[in-house]
Design a protein around this ligand. Structure first.
Ligand SMILES: C[S@@+](CC[C@H](N)C(=O)[O-])C[C@H]1O[C@@H](n2cnc3c(N)ncnc32)[C@H](O)[C@@H]1O
Length: 452
Protein backbone atom coordinates (compact mmCIF):
# COMPACT_ATOMS: atom_id res chain seq x y z
CA UNK A 1 0.00 0.00 0.00
CA UNK A 2 2.75 2.40 1.01
CA UNK A 3 4.45 1.48 -2.18
CA UNK A 4 1.44 2.32 -4.38
CA UNK A 5 0.86 5.65 -2.65
CA UNK A 6 4.46 6.54 -3.16
CA UNK A 7 4.32 5.60 -6.84
CA UNK A 8 1.17 7.70 -7.25
CA UNK A 9 2.94 10.75 -5.79
CA UNK A 10 5.81 10.13 -8.10
CA UNK A 11 3.65 9.94 -11.22
CA UNK A 12 1.92 13.23 -10.42
CA UNK A 13 5.30 14.88 -9.90
CA UNK A 14 6.31 13.64 -13.32
CA UNK A 15 3.18 15.03 -14.95
CA UNK A 16 3.82 18.47 -13.51
CA UNK A 17 7.29 18.67 -14.84
CA UNK A 18 6.56 17.06 -18.16
CA UNK A 19 6.77 20.34 -20.14
CA UNK A 20 10.53 20.42 -19.65
CA UNK A 21 11.97 17.21 -20.95
CA UNK A 22 15.43 15.82 -21.39
CA UNK A 23 16.34 12.93 -23.63
CA UNK A 24 18.82 10.33 -22.43
CA UNK A 25 19.80 6.83 -23.50
CA UNK A 26 19.34 3.71 -21.43
CA UNK A 27 20.11 0.26 -22.83
CA UNK A 28 20.20 1.80 -26.33
CA UNK A 29 16.72 3.35 -26.05
CA UNK A 30 16.14 7.11 -26.15
CA UNK A 31 13.97 8.13 -23.20
CA UNK A 32 12.71 11.34 -21.61
CA UNK A 33 14.43 12.22 -18.36
CA UNK A 34 12.43 12.74 -15.21
CA UNK A 35 15.29 14.71 -13.69
CA UNK A 36 14.98 18.18 -15.18
CA UNK A 37 15.33 21.73 -13.86
CA UNK A 38 12.07 23.70 -13.34
CA UNK A 39 10.20 24.76 -16.48
CA UNK A 40 10.31 28.40 -15.33
CA UNK A 41 14.02 28.73 -16.23
CA UNK A 42 13.33 28.42 -19.98
CA UNK A 43 14.45 31.59 -21.77
CA UNK A 44 16.48 32.92 -18.81
CA UNK A 45 19.20 35.34 -19.95
CA UNK A 46 20.43 36.59 -16.56
CA UNK A 47 21.57 33.75 -14.32
CA UNK A 48 19.37 33.22 -11.25
CA UNK A 49 20.84 30.14 -9.58
CA UNK A 50 18.02 29.88 -7.02
CA UNK A 51 15.50 29.37 -9.85
CA UNK A 52 17.04 25.92 -10.48
CA UNK A 53 15.86 24.56 -7.12
CA UNK A 54 13.20 21.90 -7.42
CA UNK A 55 11.89 18.93 -5.48
CA UNK A 56 12.04 15.55 -7.16
CA UNK A 57 10.61 12.23 -6.00
CA UNK A 58 13.12 9.47 -6.35
CA UNK A 59 12.96 5.72 -5.61
CA UNK A 60 14.88 4.53 -2.58
CA UNK A 61 15.76 1.30 -0.84
CA UNK A 62 16.25 1.12 2.92
CA UNK A 63 18.78 -1.56 3.74
CA UNK A 64 18.53 -4.07 6.60
CA UNK A 65 22.19 -4.07 7.44
CA UNK A 66 24.93 -1.48 7.43
CA UNK A 67 27.11 -3.66 5.19
CA UNK A 68 26.64 -2.26 1.69
CA UNK A 69 29.62 -3.66 -0.21
CA UNK A 70 28.02 -6.89 -1.53
CA UNK A 71 24.66 -5.34 -2.38
CA UNK A 72 26.41 -2.50 -4.23
CA UNK A 73 27.47 -4.83 -7.05
CA UNK A 74 23.76 -5.39 -7.74
CA UNK A 75 22.61 -1.80 -7.23
CA UNK A 76 25.45 0.02 -9.03
CA UNK A 77 23.57 0.40 -12.29
CA UNK A 78 20.40 1.75 -10.63
CA UNK A 79 22.05 4.45 -8.47
CA UNK A 80 21.08 8.10 -8.66
CA UNK A 81 24.27 9.67 -9.99
CA UNK A 82 24.01 13.46 -9.94
CA UNK A 83 26.54 16.18 -9.14
CA UNK A 84 27.26 16.88 -5.47
CA UNK A 85 24.92 14.19 -4.20
CA UNK A 86 25.68 10.96 -2.35
CA UNK A 87 23.35 8.15 -3.47
CA UNK A 88 24.22 6.09 -0.36
CA UNK A 89 23.34 7.93 2.82
CA UNK A 90 23.61 6.87 6.45
CA UNK A 91 20.68 8.16 8.48
CA UNK A 92 19.52 7.56 12.05
CA UNK A 93 17.07 4.98 10.66
CA UNK A 94 19.74 3.12 8.68
CA UNK A 95 21.21 3.21 5.21
CA UNK A 96 19.14 4.68 2.38
CA UNK A 97 20.09 4.01 -1.25
CA UNK A 98 18.81 6.59 -3.75
CA UNK A 99 17.95 5.16 -7.17
CA UNK A 100 17.60 6.85 -10.53
CA UNK A 101 13.93 7.52 -11.38
CA UNK A 102 14.82 7.37 -15.07
CA UNK A 103 15.71 3.71 -14.56
CA UNK A 104 13.46 2.64 -11.71
CA UNK A 105 9.88 3.88 -11.76
CA UNK A 106 8.57 0.83 -9.84
CA UNK A 107 10.23 -1.99 -7.94
CA UNK A 108 9.70 -4.36 -10.89
CA UNK A 109 12.02 -2.21 -12.99
CA UNK A 110 14.83 -3.87 -11.05
CA UNK A 111 15.44 -7.09 -12.97
CA UNK A 112 14.08 -10.32 -11.57
CA UNK A 113 17.54 -11.69 -11.11
CA UNK A 114 18.68 -8.58 -9.22
CA UNK A 115 15.55 -8.64 -7.09
CA UNK A 116 16.40 -12.21 -6.08
CA UNK A 117 19.89 -11.11 -5.12
CA UNK A 118 18.44 -8.27 -3.04
CA UNK A 119 16.07 -10.60 -1.19
CA UNK A 120 16.35 -10.21 2.63
CA UNK A 121 18.87 -7.40 2.15
CA UNK A 122 16.45 -4.46 2.19
CA UNK A 123 13.64 -3.40 4.48
CA UNK A 124 11.50 -1.56 1.98
CA UNK A 125 11.30 0.18 -1.36
CA UNK A 126 9.80 3.68 -1.27
CA UNK A 127 9.84 7.10 -2.91
CA UNK A 128 11.41 10.08 -1.18
CA UNK A 129 11.63 13.76 -2.06
CA UNK A 130 15.02 15.32 -2.61
CA UNK A 131 15.74 18.98 -3.32
CA UNK A 132 17.85 19.53 -6.38
CA UNK A 133 19.67 22.84 -6.66
CA UNK A 134 21.86 24.60 -9.25
CA UNK A 135 24.88 22.72 -7.86
CA UNK A 136 23.25 19.35 -8.61
CA UNK A 137 22.57 20.00 -12.30
CA UNK A 138 25.17 19.30 -14.95
CA UNK A 139 26.24 22.04 -17.37
CA UNK A 140 24.40 20.53 -20.34
CA UNK A 141 21.22 19.97 -18.27
CA UNK A 142 21.21 23.64 -17.24
CA UNK A 143 21.93 24.90 -20.75
CA UNK A 144 19.28 22.63 -22.25
CA UNK A 145 16.72 23.89 -19.76
CA UNK A 146 17.29 27.60 -20.42
CA UNK A 147 17.79 27.65 -24.20
CA UNK A 148 14.77 27.51 -26.53
CA UNK A 149 14.06 23.88 -27.41
CA UNK A 150 15.04 24.28 -31.06
CA UNK A 151 18.53 25.57 -30.24
CA UNK A 152 21.35 23.05 -29.95
CA UNK A 153 23.21 23.16 -26.64
CA UNK A 154 26.83 24.31 -27.05
CA UNK A 155 28.96 21.52 -25.59
CA UNK A 156 32.32 21.88 -27.32
CA UNK A 157 34.99 24.14 -25.90
CA UNK A 158 38.76 24.35 -25.94
CA UNK A 159 40.69 24.76 -22.73
CA UNK A 160 43.76 26.98 -23.03
CA UNK A 161 45.30 27.43 -19.58
CA UNK A 162 42.57 28.98 -17.42
CA UNK A 163 40.52 30.03 -20.48
CA UNK A 164 37.58 28.10 -21.95
CA UNK A 165 37.18 29.13 -25.57
CA UNK A 166 33.70 28.71 -27.04
CA UNK A 167 32.68 28.97 -30.65
CA UNK A 168 29.05 30.10 -30.34
CA UNK A 169 26.67 30.23 -33.27
CA UNK A 170 24.51 33.25 -34.07
CA UNK A 171 21.45 31.65 -32.43
CA UNK A 172 23.34 31.46 -29.13
CA UNK A 173 24.36 35.11 -29.07
CA UNK A 174 21.27 36.46 -27.21
CA UNK A 175 22.22 33.98 -24.44
CA UNK A 176 26.02 34.42 -24.62
CA UNK A 177 26.41 35.99 -21.16
CA UNK A 178 24.45 33.30 -19.33
CA UNK A 179 26.14 30.55 -21.38
CA UNK A 180 29.53 32.01 -20.41
CA UNK A 181 28.53 32.15 -16.72
CA UNK A 182 27.31 28.53 -16.74
CA UNK A 183 30.54 27.34 -18.40
CA UNK A 184 32.49 29.29 -15.78
CA UNK A 185 30.53 27.74 -12.89
CA UNK A 186 30.49 24.21 -14.25
CA UNK A 187 33.87 23.67 -15.94
CA UNK A 188 36.76 22.68 -13.68
CA UNK A 189 39.88 24.91 -13.69
CA UNK A 190 38.24 27.63 -15.82
CA UNK A 191 38.54 31.25 -14.65
CA UNK A 192 37.71 33.03 -17.93
CA UNK A 193 35.24 32.14 -20.68
CA UNK A 194 35.71 33.68 -24.13
CA UNK A 195 33.81 33.42 -27.37
CA UNK A 196 35.69 33.21 -30.64
CA UNK A 197 34.43 35.90 -33.01
CA UNK A 198 34.22 35.32 -36.72
CA UNK A 199 37.10 37.59 -37.62
CA UNK A 200 40.66 36.27 -37.75
CA UNK A 201 43.60 38.63 -37.88
CA UNK A 202 44.71 37.52 -41.34
CA UNK A 203 48.29 38.65 -40.82
CA UNK A 204 49.14 37.03 -37.52
CA UNK A 205 46.36 34.38 -37.51
CA UNK A 206 45.03 34.97 -34.01
CA UNK A 207 41.28 35.47 -33.73
CA UNK A 208 39.24 38.20 -32.13
CA UNK A 209 37.54 37.10 -28.92
CA UNK A 210 35.02 38.44 -26.48
CA UNK A 211 35.21 37.76 -22.77
CA UNK A 212 31.83 36.33 -21.72
CA UNK A 213 32.44 35.61 -18.03
CA UNK A 214 35.08 35.48 -15.33
CA UNK A 215 38.41 37.27 -14.98
CA UNK A 216 39.17 39.88 -17.65
CA UNK A 217 42.56 38.30 -18.23
CA UNK A 218 43.65 36.59 -21.45
CA UNK A 219 47.28 36.11 -20.42
CA UNK A 220 47.50 32.44 -19.62
CA UNK A 221 49.91 29.58 -19.00
CA UNK A 222 49.47 26.18 -20.57
CA UNK A 223 51.53 23.02 -20.92
CA UNK A 224 52.12 20.92 -24.00
CA UNK A 225 54.19 17.75 -23.81
CA UNK A 226 56.20 18.84 -20.81
CA UNK A 227 56.94 22.41 -21.99
CA UNK A 228 55.35 25.52 -20.49
CA UNK A 229 53.93 28.32 -22.62
CA UNK A 230 52.77 31.69 -21.42
CA UNK A 231 51.08 34.10 -23.81
CA UNK A 232 48.25 36.53 -24.30
CA UNK A 233 45.62 34.43 -26.07
CA UNK A 234 44.03 37.61 -27.45
CA UNK A 235 47.14 38.72 -29.38
CA UNK A 236 48.99 35.58 -30.55
CA UNK A 237 48.21 32.32 -32.32
CA UNK A 238 47.71 29.18 -30.22
CA UNK A 239 45.88 26.02 -31.25
CA UNK A 240 45.71 23.04 -28.90
CA UNK A 241 44.53 20.86 -31.80
CA UNK A 242 48.06 20.99 -33.22
CA UNK A 243 49.58 19.34 -30.19
CA UNK A 244 49.93 15.91 -31.87
CA UNK A 245 51.65 17.50 -34.85
CA UNK A 246 54.03 19.46 -32.61
CA UNK A 247 55.07 16.19 -30.95
CA UNK A 248 55.29 14.33 -34.26
CA UNK A 249 57.76 16.88 -35.63
CA UNK A 250 59.81 17.08 -32.44
CA UNK A 251 60.11 13.29 -32.42
CA UNK A 252 61.14 13.30 -36.09
CA UNK A 253 64.13 15.61 -35.53
CA UNK A 254 67.42 14.17 -34.26
CA UNK A 255 70.10 15.65 -32.07
CA UNK A 256 72.53 16.88 -34.78
CA UNK A 257 69.68 18.43 -36.79
CA UNK A 258 68.85 22.11 -37.07
CA UNK A 259 65.36 23.60 -37.02
CA UNK A 260 64.53 26.85 -38.80
CA UNK A 261 60.98 27.63 -37.67
CA UNK A 262 59.84 30.38 -40.06
CA UNK A 263 56.42 31.03 -38.44
CA UNK A 264 57.18 29.96 -34.88
CA UNK A 265 54.34 31.60 -32.92
CA UNK A 266 55.09 31.29 -29.20
CA UNK A 267 57.26 28.23 -29.79
CA UNK A 268 55.35 24.90 -29.79
CA UNK A 269 57.70 23.35 -32.39
CA UNK A 270 60.80 25.34 -31.50
CA UNK A 271 60.87 25.01 -27.71
CA UNK A 272 60.51 21.20 -27.42
CA UNK A 273 63.05 20.82 -30.26
CA UNK A 274 65.55 23.01 -28.42
CA UNK A 275 64.87 21.05 -25.23
CA UNK A 276 65.94 18.00 -27.24
CA UNK A 277 69.29 19.78 -27.81
CA UNK A 278 68.51 20.53 -31.45
CA UNK A 279 69.92 23.83 -32.73
CA UNK A 280 66.88 26.12 -33.21
CA UNK A 281 66.32 29.38 -35.07
CA UNK A 282 62.74 30.51 -34.35
CA UNK A 283 61.13 33.45 -36.09
CA UNK A 284 57.78 35.26 -35.94
CA UNK A 285 56.76 38.59 -37.42
CA UNK A 286 54.17 39.33 -34.74
CA UNK A 287 56.04 41.38 -32.06
CA UNK A 288 53.74 39.87 -29.40
CA UNK A 289 54.58 36.28 -30.45
CA UNK A 290 58.28 37.20 -30.48
CA UNK A 291 58.00 38.62 -26.94
CA UNK A 292 56.33 35.46 -25.57
CA UNK A 293 58.64 33.21 -27.60
CA UNK A 294 61.62 34.73 -25.79
CA UNK A 295 59.88 34.51 -22.42
CA UNK A 296 58.99 30.87 -23.05
CA UNK A 297 62.56 30.05 -24.06
CA UNK A 298 63.71 31.42 -20.71
CA UNK A 299 60.91 29.71 -18.76
CA UNK A 300 61.83 26.36 -20.33
CA UNK A 301 65.49 26.98 -19.45
CA UNK A 302 66.79 26.99 -23.01
CA UNK A 303 70.41 27.93 -23.45
CA UNK A 304 72.71 28.70 -26.40
CA UNK A 305 71.05 26.38 -28.90
CA UNK A 306 67.99 28.68 -29.24
CA UNK A 307 67.80 31.98 -31.12
CA UNK A 308 64.65 34.05 -31.66
CA UNK A 309 64.00 36.49 -34.53
CA UNK A 310 61.26 39.01 -35.29
CA UNK A 311 61.37 39.25 -39.09
CA UNK A 312 59.27 38.64 -42.12
CA UNK A 313 59.52 34.95 -43.11
CA UNK A 314 61.08 35.74 -46.50
CA UNK A 315 63.82 37.87 -44.97
CA UNK A 316 64.44 35.18 -42.37
CA UNK A 317 64.85 32.53 -45.10
CA UNK A 318 66.92 34.75 -47.39
CA UNK A 319 69.32 35.89 -44.69
CA UNK A 320 69.42 33.97 -41.40
CA UNK A 321 68.60 30.51 -42.79
CA UNK A 322 70.70 30.86 -45.93
CA UNK A 323 73.80 32.07 -44.04
CA UNK A 324 73.53 29.33 -41.47
CA UNK A 325 73.12 26.55 -44.06
CA UNK A 326 76.13 27.78 -46.02
CA UNK A 327 78.18 28.01 -42.85
CA UNK A 328 77.17 24.45 -41.94
CA UNK A 329 78.22 23.19 -45.36
CA UNK A 330 81.54 25.04 -45.07
CA UNK A 331 82.16 23.22 -41.77
CA UNK A 332 80.78 19.93 -43.14
CA UNK A 333 78.52 19.56 -40.11
CA UNK A 334 76.43 16.38 -39.74
CA UNK A 335 72.64 16.21 -39.37
CA UNK A 336 69.64 17.38 -41.39
CA UNK A 337 68.16 20.85 -41.64
CA UNK A 338 64.41 21.26 -41.16
CA UNK A 339 62.53 24.32 -42.35
CA UNK A 340 59.11 24.31 -40.71
CA UNK A 341 56.59 26.60 -42.39
CA UNK A 342 53.33 26.50 -40.46
CA UNK A 343 51.33 29.33 -41.95
CA UNK A 344 48.90 27.18 -43.94
CA UNK A 345 47.00 30.03 -45.59
CA UNK A 346 50.12 31.32 -47.36
CA UNK A 347 53.28 29.30 -46.55
CA UNK A 348 53.59 27.95 -50.09
CA UNK A 349 53.82 31.53 -51.39
CA UNK A 350 57.12 31.85 -49.55
CA UNK A 351 58.59 29.06 -51.71
CA UNK A 352 59.01 31.72 -54.39
CA UNK A 353 62.35 32.59 -52.78
CA UNK A 354 63.80 29.28 -54.00
CA UNK A 355 64.95 30.18 -57.52
CA UNK A 356 67.18 33.02 -56.30
CA UNK A 357 67.95 31.66 -52.87
CA UNK A 358 71.36 30.23 -53.67
CA UNK A 359 73.74 30.49 -56.60
CA UNK A 360 74.06 27.41 -58.77
CA UNK A 361 77.27 26.35 -57.00
CA UNK A 362 75.82 26.97 -53.53
CA UNK A 363 72.66 25.05 -54.43
CA UNK A 364 74.69 21.97 -55.37
CA UNK A 365 76.59 22.13 -52.08
CA UNK A 366 73.39 22.62 -50.10
CA UNK A 367 71.86 19.50 -51.66
CA UNK A 368 74.77 17.33 -50.53
CA UNK A 369 73.08 17.06 -47.12
CA UNK A 370 69.38 16.63 -46.33
CA UNK A 371 67.55 19.94 -46.25
CA UNK A 372 63.86 19.26 -45.59
CA UNK A 373 60.99 21.67 -46.08
CA UNK A 374 57.89 21.00 -43.98
CA UNK A 375 55.24 23.13 -45.65
CA UNK A 376 51.70 23.33 -44.27
CA UNK A 377 48.80 24.22 -46.53
CA UNK A 378 45.02 24.28 -46.61
CA UNK A 379 43.43 21.98 -49.16
CA UNK A 380 39.88 22.33 -50.43
CA UNK A 381 38.60 18.78 -50.68
CA UNK A 382 35.55 16.59 -50.60
CA UNK A 383 35.35 13.59 -48.26
CA UNK A 384 36.43 11.20 -51.01
CA UNK A 385 39.41 13.28 -52.20
CA UNK A 386 42.96 12.23 -51.45
CA UNK A 387 43.97 15.33 -49.49
CA UNK A 388 47.65 14.35 -49.33
CA UNK A 389 47.80 14.11 -53.10
CA UNK A 390 46.09 17.51 -53.41
CA UNK A 391 48.56 19.04 -50.93
CA UNK A 392 51.47 17.66 -52.93
CA UNK A 393 50.00 19.10 -56.16
CA UNK A 394 49.66 22.53 -54.55
CA UNK A 395 53.31 22.53 -53.54
CA UNK A 396 54.43 21.22 -56.94
CA UNK A 397 52.44 23.94 -58.69
CA UNK A 398 54.13 26.59 -56.61
CA UNK A 399 57.58 25.07 -57.13
CA UNK A 400 56.98 24.50 -60.83
CA UNK A 401 58.61 21.16 -60.27
CA UNK A 402 57.29 17.63 -59.91
CA UNK A 403 58.55 16.11 -56.68
CA UNK A 404 60.12 12.71 -57.32
CA UNK A 405 59.27 9.85 -54.95
CA UNK A 406 62.70 10.06 -53.32
CA UNK A 407 62.18 13.80 -52.69
CA UNK A 408 59.00 13.20 -50.68
CA UNK A 409 59.82 12.64 -47.01
CA UNK A 410 56.25 12.47 -45.79
CA UNK A 411 52.81 13.94 -46.47
CA UNK A 412 50.51 14.18 -43.49
CA UNK A 413 46.82 14.98 -43.20
CA UNK A 414 46.88 17.16 -40.07
CA UNK A 415 43.27 18.08 -39.27
CA UNK A 416 39.96 19.15 -40.73
CA UNK A 417 39.62 22.89 -40.49
CA UNK A 418 36.09 23.34 -41.84
CA UNK A 419 33.73 21.33 -44.02
CA UNK A 420 35.68 20.59 -47.21
CA UNK A 421 38.87 22.22 -45.90
CA UNK A 422 41.80 20.17 -44.63
CA UNK A 423 45.22 21.11 -43.27
CA UNK A 424 48.04 19.08 -44.81
CA UNK A 425 51.82 19.00 -44.32
CA UNK A 426 54.05 18.26 -47.30
CA UNK A 427 57.62 17.41 -46.25
CA UNK A 428 60.11 17.29 -49.10
CA UNK A 429 63.85 17.32 -49.64
CA UNK A 430 65.59 19.98 -51.65
CA UNK A 431 67.10 18.00 -54.55
CA UNK A 432 69.90 18.71 -56.96
CA UNK A 433 67.59 17.44 -59.70
CA UNK A 434 65.68 20.67 -59.23
CA UNK A 435 68.65 22.21 -61.03
CA UNK A 436 68.51 22.05 -64.79
CA UNK A 437 71.27 23.31 -67.07
CA UNK A 438 72.79 26.28 -65.31
CA UNK A 439 69.68 27.49 -63.58
CA UNK A 440 67.45 25.83 -61.07
CA UNK A 441 64.57 24.23 -62.96
CA UNK A 442 62.14 26.03 -60.73
CA UNK A 443 63.42 29.37 -61.92
CA UNK A 444 63.08 28.32 -65.55
CA UNK A 445 59.59 27.03 -64.99
CA UNK A 446 58.66 30.16 -63.11
CA UNK A 447 59.85 32.32 -65.99
CA UNK A 448 57.95 30.11 -68.42
CA UNK A 449 54.79 30.28 -66.31
CA UNK A 450 55.05 34.07 -66.01
CA UNK A 451 55.36 34.34 -69.78
CA UNK A 452 52.28 32.25 -70.38
C1 LIG B 1 49.55 29.36 -37.84
S1 LIG B 1 50.60 30.23 -36.79
C2 LIG B 1 51.72 28.96 -36.30
C3 LIG B 1 52.36 29.17 -34.98
C4 LIG B 1 53.12 27.96 -34.45
N1 LIG B 1 54.11 27.48 -35.34
C5 LIG B 1 52.16 26.84 -34.07
O1 LIG B 1 52.28 25.74 -34.57
O2 LIG B 1 51.28 27.05 -33.23
C6 LIG B 1 51.48 31.21 -37.91
C7 LIG B 1 52.42 32.25 -37.30
O3 LIG B 1 53.04 32.95 -38.37
C8 LIG B 1 53.23 34.31 -37.99
N2 LIG B 1 53.36 35.08 -39.23
C9 LIG B 1 52.38 35.51 -40.06
N3 LIG B 1 52.92 36.12 -41.14
C10 LIG B 1 54.26 36.05 -41.00
C11 LIG B 1 55.34 36.46 -41.81
N4 LIG B 1 55.15 37.09 -42.97
N5 LIG B 1 56.58 36.20 -41.38
C12 LIG B 1 56.79 35.56 -40.21
N6 LIG B 1 55.80 35.17 -39.38
C13 LIG B 1 54.55 35.40 -39.78
C14 LIG B 1 51.99 34.62 -37.16
O4 LIG B 1 52.24 35.69 -36.29
C15 LIG B 1 51.74 33.30 -36.44
O5 LIG B 1 52.33 33.30 -35.17
Amino acid sequence: MILYMAVGRFISAVRHSSCLTYQYRFYGTTMTSLLVPPVSVRGMTCLDRDAFTTVVNVPTLKLCSSVVSTIMQVLKKYLLKICNFKPIQKTNEGIIIYLNPNIVTKFEDITENDRKLLMDQYEHFDFMSITMKYDNWRRDEILKSILPEDIQVPTAYTLVGHIAQLNLRDVHLPYKTIIGQIFLDKTPNVRTVVNKMNTIDTKFRYFAMEILAGEKNTITITKEHGCTYEFDFATVYWNSRLSTEHTRMTTFMMQDDVLYDVFAGVGPFAIPAARKKIQVFANDLNPESYKWLQKNAAANKLKNNFKAFNMDGRDFLRNIVKDDILSRRAQNLPGSEHIIMNLPASAIEFLDILPDWFTHEEFKKVCLKPLIFHVYCFVKANKTDNVCKLGRLLVEQKLGYILSTDAIVNIQDIRDVAPNKEMVRVSFLLKESMLKDKEPAMKKLKIEMNNM
